[in-house]
Design a protein around this ligand. Structure first.
Ligand SMILES: Nc1ncnc2c1ncn2[C@@H]1O[C@H](COP(=O)(O)OP(=O)(O)OP(=O)(O)O)[C@@H](O)[C@H]1O
Length: 322
């Protein structure tokens, strides 16, 4: 659906994207994460032809984006809805008019457009707000209007540029649930640009991490978090905090065992004592993953590692608090 190979992009002499290669398949929720200035928005804009590029290839639906003429670009953008951090809505118009706007631009017959707008209002849960002015809505409601408008022309792809960054945590979750719902019900492929790791964990099945315009990590989200490399660790702040004396082992539970009482089994099988010094359960889309830091006696470490290996666990022995 989207194939990028060795993409390079300059602003003047400044190379802002370097050797980017990735593939997004139909139905993916694909995350692009990284710190400010990493090149996330520029990459997104290369996808819909808002930015040119001088190296490599960006193919969407089999077509090279830089080779498209104006009318082909219009069609490409019709097929890619987009939502933004600051919503980009017409604040003095009502919800209905905002959703109708793209349908009008594309000359959709009036009855058809009205029916489509009603359908979208229902999808995003705003039927009761149809004639409310956008300026009177909450941030979450505004983003729902943004999503409805972005979906008006039945796009195959939805681009989300920091779509939840301006929202509080509870509203963020409700918007992410809506995006998941849309992904599942309508099979819309979603590309999510964000600096919020929680967003990636909750909805993305695949992710790339950008740093200085380069991909420094990529893969399936749960696998990447299960054994985070150095680059991902820099973006995760709180997993490695609790370290008393003794040997600490950080356990990562893969999906097959996350719901089992693995720790109780280990204690029973090995007849050892240990203390749990940190951990939590996290949900990645439908997958539940567990992280646990246990503190063990030095002489038990070898046995524990052997047992963990036999039981298909992922773990690392933490040294000097890291
Ligand atoms: N139009 C432009 N002209 C010149 N430089 C630009 C332009 N747009 C972006 N840049 C530069 O390109 C680099 C990548 O910017 P980009 O906005 O893609 O990063 P980002 O990861 O999306 O950051 P943020 O999260 O802050 O939006 C930055 O160094 C930025 O200053």
């Amino acid at each position: 659906m989207i194939e990028i190979n060795n993409l390079g992009k300059y602003f003047g002499d400044h190379k802002v994207l370097s050797d980017i290669s990735l593939e997004v398949k139909k139905g993916d929720v694909f995350g692009i994460v990284g710190h400010s200035g990493a090149g996330k928005s520029t990459l997104l804009r290369c996808l819909n032809g808002l930015e040119s590029y001088s190296e490599g290839s960006v193919r969407v639906g089999g077509k090279e984006v830089k080779d498209l003429d104006e009318s082909e670009l219009k069609l490409l953008r019709r097929d890619m809805g987009m939502i933004f951090q600051n919503f980009n809505l017409m604040n003095r118009k009502d919800v209905y008019e905002n959703i109708l706007f793209p349908l009008k631009v594309w000359g959709t017959p009036k009855n058809e457009a009205a029916a489509r707008a009603d359908e979208l209002l229902e999808l995003v849960g705003l039927t009761g707000k149809k004639h409310e002015k956008v300026r009177n809505l909450s941030g979450g409601q505004k983003q729902r209007v943004g999503i409805a408008r972005a979906l008006a022309l039945n796009p195959e792809i939805l681009l989300c540029d920091e779509a939840t960054s301006a929202l509080d945590p509870k509203t963020t979750i409700s918007i992410l649930e809506l995006l998941m719902d849309i992904n599942k019900k309508l099979n819309v492929t979603i590309i999510v640009v964000t600096h919020q790791m929680e967003v990636v964990k909750m909805i993305c099945n695949k992710v790339i991490i950008l740093d200085g315009g380069e991909i420094v990590a990529s893969g399936e989200t749960d696998k990447l978090f299960l054994a985070p490399g150095e680059e991902l660790r820099k973006l995760i702040t709180d997993d490695y905090a609790v370290i008393p004396s003794g040997t600490n082992i950080r356990l990562m539970f893969p999906r097959e065992v996350a719901n089992d009482s693995i720790i109780t089994n280990m204690a029973r099988d090995l007849d050892i004592n240990f203390s749990i010094v940190g951990g939590r359960i996290e949900k990645y889309r439908e997958t539940v993953m567990g992280f646990l830091i246990i503190n063990v006696a030095d002489e038990d470490v070898a046995n524990i590692e052997k047992w963990l290996g036999e039981n298909k666990m992922y773990w690392e022995v933490m040294k000097d608090g890291q």
